[in-house]
Design a protein around this ligand. Structure first.
Ligand SMILES: [Cu+2]
Length: 216
């Protein structure tokens, strides 16, 4: 086998080897109705990134070895190589368009309105906590209790600076902007306690700005 082929094969195998733990870590027990699509997208992005990194580093290693000092390979200057130029423009465009197409089902369901929700919860962020206001005007600070499989309309806002409502485990993230009400629908499929963190640097206490969604 030629040196070139060995290098390409080696990089792909290395890429797959590195991808394994990442993929199995991604298939964790995170659980809202958005989770399968979001996790699929993340895994796809990681795989595509690894593939591109493998190609780039594979070529880099190949070039370093082949054109090292003292190796008398023929060195050719490549200039105005139209086929090569068109090739990588098409390659990059196809990748970007494919990723866009793959992300459409997730983004559509993420932002589509649901008329069948059971309850609206107003979530107000402030430095440095979250308040959850229920339809009967009762409220809790730092945690909220909801029921499994029920659909909740989360109406999200902030009283001071921009925060972000982020739960990795439930695959949701939405900006909390003063003077604006952003809406996302949440339906959790597994009972448990899920963590929420502020995902927008909002000041000194940002690190401790968190809440719990308790699903029973
Ligand atoms: Cu914050």
């Amino acid at each position: 086998m030629k040196m070139k082929n060995i290098t390409i094969l080696g990089s792909i195998l290395l890429g797959l080897f590195l991808a394994r733990p990442i993929i199995s870590a991604r298939a964790s027990t995170t659980d809202s109705t958005y989770t399968p699509q979001i996790e699929f997208l993340l895994t796809l992005m990681i795989l595509v990134s690894i593939l591109i990194a493998a190609i780039v580093f594979g070529m880099l290693i190949y070039i370093v070895v082949r054109f090292r000092e003292g190796n008398n390979t023929v060195r050719k200057k490549i200039q105005n190589e139209m086929r090569l130029e068109i090739g990588w423009v098409i390659f990059a465009t196809v990748i970007v368009i494919s990723l866009f197409a793959a992300s459409l089902p997730a983004t559509t369901s993420y932002f589509s309105e649901r008329k069948d929700y059971d309850e609206e919860i107003l979530i107000v962020a402030y430095q440095y906590n979250f308040t959850f206001v229920r339809e009967d005007n009762s409220f809790t600070v730092g945690y909220v209790e909801i029921e499994v499989h029920k659909v909740y309309m989360l109406n999200i806002t902030s009283t001071d600076v921009i925060h972000s409502f982020y739960s990795h485990e439930l695959s949701i993230k939405l900006d909390m902007v003063p003077g604006r009400y952003n809406i996302i629908y949440l339906q959790v499929r597994t009972p448990g306690t899920y963590e929420v963190h502020c995902a927008e640097y909002c000041g000194f206490g940002h690190y401790s700005m968190e809440a719990k969604i308790i699903v029973t």
